[in-house]
Design a protein. Sequence first.
Length: 352
Amino acid sequence: MPVRFLLKNLFMLKVNINIQPIYVGRGSFIKLPLFFSSDYAIKKKHQVSALRYQDLKRKDNIYIICCITRDCTCQEKYKKQCTRGFFSLYLQAVYGIRFALRYKLTYYIDFGNGWYSYSDPEKFDGDMNFWNYYFDQSLQRVEVYKAQHSTLDLYYETYPLRIWHKKFIRELSDITRKHIVLKEDVKAIIEHKLQIFKQQKILGVHIRGTDHYTEMEPVPVSRIIKIIDKKRKKFDKIFLATDDESILHTLLNKFGSDALIYHQASRSSDKVGVHTNTISHNRYQLGLEALTDCYCLAHCAEAVLVHSNLSYTALVLNPHLPYTLMETRKSMIKRVKTNLLYTLDRWGIRIL
Ligand SMILES: [Zn+2]
C-alpha cells in the first residue's frame, strides 16, 4: 500500500476522532479506517444532508416524531395503520427526542397521524394521539397546527435500534428522565403498583412470547426458569412480566402463586401479539398495562431480561438495574456487533 495513502487515511482518522457520538443506523457494515475515502464525513449517515439540515432548521419548524411515514417499514402504512408494539414506539420517541436535542429542534410526538395499536376511540381528544394518554408534552397540539412548518422524522433518524452499551443506555436514560413526563393520573396508577417493589426484594423477569419470535430468536422458557431457580433464594418474590398466557401458567406451576407476582393484563393464548389483537377494545388499558409492567420491572432489585423493547426500556428507566440478559447465540452476536459499531461511532471511525 502506498505510504501516502496510508498517511492520508491516518490523517482522516485523527480528524474524525473529534466527531460527535452519533446515531447508529440499521443494516450497516464496518469499514476500517484504512478504507476511508476523502468524502468520509459526508457519507456518515448520522450527519444529515445539507438539504435535510436546511429543511429541519427552517424558522419555527417543528420536528414531528411519528410512524406511518413514507420511509417507515410498517406493512400496513398504506392503510394508515401501524401495528408496532408500545415500547418500539416509546423508544422511537426517545430516539426522536435525542435527534431533536442534537439539532436543537422543537419537536412533537404525534402517534395520531393514523391508526396505531393503542389508538382508543374513547380517548378521542381532537385527535387520536395515544402518546398524550400517558405523557405530557411541552408543546400542545394546537401549537403544532398553528406552526408555519413541520418536518416528519425519517426512518433512520428515529429507528429504535437497541444498543446494550452501558453508556448509550445511560444517555437514553437521561433524555427519558428529563423529557418524558408521565401524566399525573398515569403516574398515580403506576406509583400504586410500585409500592410492593419498594418494600420487598423482588427478582423481575420479562419473557416475551407471542409474535416476538418473528423478530428475535426466542430463548427456551426452561432455560429462563433454570436461571430464576438459581437466583430466587436471594429474593422475597418473583415478578413476571409477560404477554403470553402459557408462559404465565408455566411459571405459576413452577413457583406457585405465593412467590410469583404478576399483573392482571391482556395476554395472548395463540401466539398473536396482544397489541395486534383488535378484539381487545380497551386500547388505552393495553398501553397502560405495558407501561406499568415496565416500570415495575425497572424497580426490581435485579432482573432477568430478554431481547425486547420492554426489557430494554426497563433499563432505560433504571440504568442501575443489575440484570442477566437471556439470549441465543445469534442474538448475542447481533448485540456484540451493534455494540462494536456504537463504539466505533463514538470514536468517530465508522462509515455507515
Ligand atoms: Zn408503524
